[in-house]
Design a binder for this molecule. Structure first.
Ligand code: MLC
Ligand code: AMP
Length: 471
């Protein structure tokens, strides 16, 4: 089975049913199907075929959905690119994925409207065929393309629909960017696997969030913690009305502070369900839909997902001890595109090394306790300090640089750079140059000038000491 067959099963007899709303326009499932077919014909007319890649650099819009669905039925591989990426980051992905097509303007698809709305002759796609390659910032300073198969998306959608009791009666408000798996890997497949209704937003705007919720009256919401922090600003009466319609609030991509879960429960009358996912694995672990949604934990492995928590020697740790989470399951990616060695390095005896540290209580609840690497997660976006440090060290005025994550009440963490300038050099133009070359969320929010960086005897920067030197 492939994704299209899963979606067809759920959409039978729903052609006339309202499916999705975007920018005030409503589309039926029949419209979505016709658009996907026209886009599939358009792709084939561009000379793109099964196994080729297309890079999609678009803000949230219907064309992203059209292209994703066209890819899942033609066997073309969908490669979303974060629209915050600058030229330097985009060039890396283009060089790595070597796409046949780079779609960065919806107008490019204009003549798709004239294509036939019937399905093109399609190759029989296997479940292990790659549906998408999603780039995730690399621990080595460059991002790697995680190959996600039809079976990965299928297993994930089946798990979430079952475990979170998602049905065709749901209404999902979807402001998450579709260039990441949180929106693309969870929101879109669950929608088509059940035929519920979606209001897609260009992005989450805290200034209009209340209005969106009151107007659309969703039952379902997937968000990152920053969105929940923002929603705590909702007026109590509006929160009560919103909460009366809502069925399920899910949080992930970064830690949800227990205090936020508690304050949210008091304001909206719902306990957020926290879960843990990754680009390489879609969804791994989730608090239960019925039962205790324990603050500060991510709950239990989803059906079919196996989790071991291992010490540095690869041994299972004792209950409540800390170790690295290792995973197995049908949700696990097929490796990093074009990087056989990095793929081998990501596994230990067949278990995927997540890089996430955690513990498992006697009753099975899993708590994440940070990353092995010095990954920074800001508003749900991943920042690998090494990537920012490498850019800073290319700048003539910089002699040494170290980037750390500093706690931030709204974003979780923000990147801060400690810089040793070259003798007599000024750092005046540095931030602007960072903004021109790095996605805005990666740009250090503070540049601290220091005479030298604290280092161990082996010369490794002691970043924990820097944190204590924050001005
Ligand atoms: C943020 N920006 C966007 C944007 N989101 N621009 C266009 N479209 C979007 N969707 C811009 C902001 O304008 C700002 O630009 C910069 O990015 C940093 O924004 P911010 O500091 O995050 O603040 P804010 O604009 O308030 O956005 C907060 C937010 C957004 C939470 C709405 O950050 C967001 O949507 N985060 C979700 C990221 C995500 O989907 N992560 C999932 C990864 S997958 P400037 O120029 O002003 O700096 C994963 C696996 C899993 O983790 O577990 O699911
Ligand atoms: P990405 O590489 O963008 O898919 O981000 C995946 C990373 O986000 C994971 O490896 C975790 O470090 C982090 N993450 C996802 N969900 C949670 C969560 N609920 N709590 C803490 N960290 C999380």
């Amino acid at each position: 089975m492939n994704l299209t067959q899963l979606f067809d099963l759920s959409l039978q007899g729903r052609a006339a049913q309202p499916a999705l709303e975007f920018q005030g326009v409503s589309y039926s499932f029949g419209d979505i199907e016709a658009r996907a077919n026209r886009t599939a014909h358009w792709l084939l007319d561009q000379g793109v075929s099964r196994g080729d890649r297309i890079c999609v650099y678009l803000p949230n819009c219907l064309e992203i959905v059209d292209l994703f669905l066209a890819c899942t039925r033609t066997g073309v591989i969908f490669v979303p690119v974060n629209i915050l990426y600058r030229d330097r980051e985009i060039q890396h992905i283009l060089g790595d994925a070597k796409p046949s097509l780079f779609v960065n303007d919806c107008a490019m698809l204009a003549d798709a409207a004239a294509k036939p709305s019937t399905r093109p002759a399609l190759p029989a796609l296997e479940g292990d065929d790659i549906a998408a390659i999603v780039y995730t910032s690399g621990t080595t300073g460059v991002s790697k393309g995680a190959m996600l198969t039809h079976n990965n998306f299928l297993a994930n959608a089946t798990n979430l629909v079952t475990c979170w009791q998602i049905t065709s009666a749901d209404r999902l408000l979807l402001p998450l960017p579709l260039f990441h798996v949180h929106g693309l890997g969870n929101g879109i497949p669950c929608w088509l696997a059940t035929g519920f209704h979606v209001r897609l937003l260009e992005r989450f705007e805290h200034s209009t969030a209340t209005e969106q919720f009151l107007d659309y009256q969703p039952t379902l919401f997937f968000g990152v913690p920053t969105m929940y922090v923002r929603l705590l600003e909702t007026a109590p009466e509006a929160a009560r009305q919103i909460g009366a319609r809502m069925r399920l609030w899910v949080s992930g991509s970064a830690p949800l502070p227990p205090q936020v879960l508690d304050d949210f429960q008091k304001l909206f009358g719902h306990t957020i369900l926290e879960r843990y996912g990754m680009t390489e694995t879609l969804m791994n672990i989730s608090n239960p839909y019925t039962g205790e949604r324990r603050a500060g934990t991510v709950g239990f492995p989803l059906p079919g997902v196996s989790v071991r928590i291992l010490d540095a020697d690869g041994n299972d740790i004792a209950p409540d001890a800390t170790g690295e989470l290792h995973l197995k399951g049908p949700n696990l990616f097929a490796g990093y595109w074009g990087r056989e060695q990095a793929t081998r390095d990501a596994f230990r005896d067949g278990w995927f090394k997540t890089g996430d540290m955690g513990t498992r209580a006697e009753d099975g609840y899993i708590t994440l306790q940070g990353r092995k690497s010095d990954l920074i997660i800001s508003s749900g976006f991943n920042i690998y300090p090494r990537e920012v440090e490498e850019f800073l060290l290319e700048q003539p005025e910089v002699a040494e640089a170290a980037v750390i994550g500093v706690p931030d009440p709204r974003k979780g963490e923000i990147p801060v750079a400690f810089i040793v300038p070259r003798p007599g050099a000024s750092l005046d133009g540095l931030e602007e140059r960072c903004r021109q070359n790095l996605a805005s969320f990666k740009v250090p929010k503070q540049m601290v000038t220091v005479d030298k960086l604290p280092r161990t005897a082996l010369g490794k920067v002691q970043k924990h000491i820097l944190a204590s030197q924050m001005p």
